[in-house]
Design a protein around this ligand. Structure first.
Ligand code: KIV
Length: 281
């Protein structure tokens, strides 16, 4: 794959809002999302033209050295969200900052509201929660109270113990139907974005076509989602241990971190990344 970084003109672009996100979805413009956990990387991602920065609970693994995301606390998420928000504010202030709700912080709608409020007050514009039908009332509760929501289906890492490992989801007919139903329920509850992780490419394409007011953001879910997300450390090629099949090291064709992020943005926009045969199932 050969992707040339193109110089974005971020200074000329207005800050992203939920309205502009929905416009991108309606226009069919691919949405780019990267994780960042601190001010510097967040500022570079802003400069590179990334539309959404996810302060992911993956920080538990890539920053804190845990084996899963389960030990990550709300206080850690608040701290890293504040760091990212400061970095973005000092740069162009363009991306949507998406705060990840950690394990155990959204068991009830009321608890979810308190946790989400903590992340919004730290600088998040939207929050992400993992789960399907059981979460729909919580999503509606949050959206009604002014908190934009991103869902997360497929491989949901906080449920690694019930899923029995980090595996592709939705491979059986029943599993695929459930993923489709859950996606529609989350959209109807008001979710405006939905991460689909490790879902067969054909199924995530079908879900993407079925959703009209909720942008699917794929990771290991094929090229046909409305947008793509990668974990920063995976796309910079510094992940230690097993690198997921869906990852791609953008540093190999671009010697700088800014160049790698620009190459990611460009590759997603032009649908050169991901390649279904290489990065999906
Ligand atoms: O925490 C995270 O980085 C995530 C992505 C893998 C989508 O949830």
């Amino acid at each position: 794959m050969s992707v040339q970084p193109s110089a974005p003109e971020p200074g000329k672009r207005p800050a992203m809002t939920m309205h502009s996100l929905m416009k991108m979805l309606a226009d069919g413009e691919k949405i780019t999302m990267l994780t960042a956990y601190d001010a510097t990387f967040a500022a570079v991602a802003d400069l590179a033209g990334v539309e959404i920065i996810l302060v992911g609970d993956s920080l538990g693994m890539v920053c804190q050295g845990h084996n899963s995301t389960i030990p990550v606390t709300l206080e850690s998420m608040r701290y890293h969200t504040e760091c990212v928000a400061r970095g973005v504010q000092k740069q162009n202030g363009r991306p949507i900052i998406l705060g990840d709700m950690p394990f155990g912080s959204y068991a009830t709608p009321e608890q979810a509201f308190q946790s989400a409020a903590t992340l919004m007050q730290a600088g998040a514009h939207m929050v992400k929660l993992e789960g399907g039908a059981w979460l729909a009332p919580t999503v509606e509760f949050l959206v009604t109270r002014g908190i934009p929501v991103c869902g997360h289906l497929g491989l949901t890492p906080q449920s690694v113990n019930t899923l029995g490992g980090y595996r592709v989801q939705g491979r059986t007919e029943t599993g695929a139907q459930k993923l489709m139903q859950d996606s529609l329920l989350l959209q109807n509850a008001g979710a405006q974005a939905l991460v689909l992780e490790m879902v067969p490419a054909a199924l995530s394409a079908e879900i993407t076509r079925a959703l009209t007011t909720c942008a699917t953001i794929g990771i290991g879910a094929g090229v046909d989602t409305a947008g793509q997300i990668l974990v920063l450390h995976d796309m910079l090629g510094v992940t230690q241990g097993k690198v997921p099949k869906f990852a791609y090291n953008f540093m190999t064709e671009s010697g700088t971190i800014l160049g790698a992020m620009q190459a990611f943005v460009q590759a997603v926009k032009t649908q050169k990344f991901p390649v279904n045969e290489l990065h999906a199932w």
